[in-house]
Design a protein around this ligand. Structure first.
Ligand code: UDP
Length: 243
């Protein structure tokens, strides 16, 4: 098994990206508190290993801009609604992490000072240095983007060694292992190969941004207890997308 990418120098700073749907459990919509608590426990395990943690959570469990615009809503307005949905998810995760005794900050790309901090790069870095988990909300703050791109952008701004993308399956497969027989998992794969085969790792603009900055993407399953902490140590099943 290939080891997960080492952080630059001694610093263990990583980005965890999860989709909003990861928070909804089996209920099909919104936040399912036991599921949020289970994922918070995964984050705590990594935090206990002295990782500096950045988190980006999508909003697809509440609202997606594309579905809104497909139903006749103006796309930019629908996208702003999607970004606001990510703030709700971030606050839900913050509450679950703080219940476990972890200090956190929700940092929004769209200022809403009564609710959370605005995004200021140097301030966010200081939070990480102090061991606070930074949950980046409201995507990039711009319509026509996704939270995959937001996670890639913030990972680079924060100097993360890699993005860990927690998904429903334990890596990148040549076809959907939940729908088709005989799917094969890649141990490693290049960004270009992901784009060429149109594999659903992250959306194309996020993959291209990671590629242009040689930021590794580690795809792993969110369903294994202790999985995130193991994968950070290079143990278990995962796929590394790399240059
Ligand atoms: N969004 C946006 N700009 C961003 C990030 C997100 O407009 O920089 C909107 C977009 O409408 C998107 C929604 O927020 O559909 C929720 O994000 P995403 O679809 O990435 O969530 P996920 O699929 O990861 O749950």
């Amino acid at each position: 098994m290939t080891d997960a990418p080492a952080a630059p120098g001694d610093r263990k700073r990583v980005m965890l990206k999860i989709s909003g749907e990861a928070l909804m459990g089996d209920q099909g919509f919104g936040l399912h508190p036991p599921t949020v608590q289970r994922i918070a426990a995964e984050v705590k395990r990594a935090h206990d290993l002295d990782y500096e943690l950045c988190l980006v959570i999508g909003g697809g469990n509440i609202f997606r801009g594309l579905s809104g615009s497909a139903q006749g809503m103006e796309r930019a307005t629908a996208d702003y609604m999607g970004m606001l949905a990510t703030v709700m998810n971030a606050l839900g995760m913050q509450a679950a992490l703080e219940a476990l005794g972890i200090h956190t900050r929700v940092i929004s790309a769209i200022p809403m000072d009564q609710v959370c901090e605005p995004y200021i790069r140097r301030r966010a870095i200081r939070h990480l240095e102090k061991g606070r988990v930074c949950i980046f909300a409201a995507g990039t703050g711009n319509p026509y983007f996704t939270t995959d791109t937001a996670a890639t952008l913030r990972a680079m701004e924060m100097g993360c060694s890699a993005i860990y993308k927690g998904t429903q399956v334990d890596g990148v497969y040549d076809k959907d292992p939940r729908r088709e027989e005989g799917a094969t998992r890649f141990e490693t794969i290049t960004y270009d190969e992901v784009l060429r085969r149109n594999l659903k790792v992250m959306d194309a603009s996020a993959i291209a941004l990671a590629r242009d900055n040689a930021l590794p993407i580690v795809v792993f399953s969110l369903h294994e207890a202790g999985g995130f902490a193991s994968v950070l140590g290079g143990v278990g099943k995962f796929t590394i997308v790399h240059p």
